[in-house]
Design a protein around this ligand. Structure first.
Ligand SMILES: [Fe+2]
Length: 309
């Protein structure tokens, strides 16, 4: 009976040594993960008869990926970031903690410590003559009660699909703000309507997608972190309806509950109320935050649910 090469005694020994199993020190869990990873790579090489040229092409690809800082972009494009979300969803379901506004991917373009204000923020610096956007909504708890003092951390692209910080032509923290909800749990921002965007066309992520016959485009969307003491931190984004890539997002972020419908507002009285020059687009989105798994409140809810079932 023949034995596959990855089960050859020399290979088994090689992987044990290279994973540190025969060395003192190090981290056992990490050793096991590396051993699995290396074993899977060897198995893959054998199953697909990967040539040395192909192997070194892959190694050089990793060099390029790192050099262009696109590893996180590729993780989103290959669906791995969405896979982590699905896994977290499943874990919460199994623990009876599911509920609230669904999570979706963070993506690689968040910048911490955006300016913080109470109730309202003006997000754009006026340099981009995009469609003015009035984005507002309410943050509520699991029982639908308004959550005052929740922090809504918002970031989105400009009309060219670019993000400040990464796009050095934009001012610091342009289109990035944190807003604390008011006593009624409400937040509101004035900004500009973002555009969708694609992977850098000359980058390694797009090059890989090309070989898969896939595009690298995302629909127009707005990212959020929403947090409040005692509640699960929410990482999510809303996708704007009407975009051609709404259900064909290369990063798999669109979820039914996270679609917002932009509405054109032409009433001058409403524009004046919002201190906007005239016609604009209104986007409304409410968030529901569930208690954190660690809190006493969460345990109370779990017990209550268990009694109901
Ligand atoms: Fe984004």
């Amino acid at each position: 009976m023949s034995i596959s090469f990855d089960q050859h005694q020399d290979v088994i020994k090689l992987l044990e040594i290279s994973s540190g199993f025969t060395s003192e020190g190090g981290d056992l869990r990490f050793k096991k993960i590396m051993h699995q990873l290396l074993s899977d790579i060897c198995l893959l090489i054998e199953r697909h008869d990967v040539t040395p040229e192909e192997f070194w092409q892959a190694v050089n690809y990793l060099h390029t990926l790192g050099g262009r800082q696109e590893a996180a972009l590729l993780a989103a494009g290959l669906g791995l970031e969405h896979y982590l979300d699905l896994r977290d969803d499943e874990r919460e379901r199994a623990q009876g903690l599911a509920g609230g506004t669904p999570r979706t991917i963070e993506g690689p373009l968040y910048v911490a410590n955006a300016p913080l204000s109470e109730g309202f923020a003006h997000m754009d610096d006026g340099a981009d003559a995009g469609e003015p956007m009035w984005l507002h909504g309410q943050v509520k708890d699991a029982d639908g009660r308004p959550l005052a003092g929740a922090v809504v951390d918002i970031w989105h692209a400009n009309t060219l699909g670019n993000y400040s910080f990464f796009d050095k032509s934009q001012s610091d923290f342009n289109l990035r703000r944190r807003v604390k909800t008011d006593v009624n749990g409400r937040y509101a921002v004035r900004s500009i309507l973002p555009s969708g965007y694609g992977c850098p066309p000359d980058g390694p992520t797009q090059a890989l997608l090309n070989r898969l016959g896939r595009h690298g485009n995302r629909p127009a969307h707005i990212h959020f972190f929403v947090s409040a003491p005692g509640h699960k931190h929410l990482t999510t984004q809303i996708n704007l309806s009407g975009d051609r890539y709404l259900w064909d997002d290369f990063a798999f972020a669109t979820r039914h509950e996270l679609i917002a419908d932009p509405v054109k507002v032409t009433d001058p009285a409403i524009a004046a109320q919002r201190d906007l020059p005239g016609a604009h687009t209104e986007v409304t989105f409410d968030f529901s935050l569930y208690p954190t798994a660690d809190s006493e409140e969460q345990n109370r809810i779990k017990r209550a649910r268990a009694l109901q079932n």
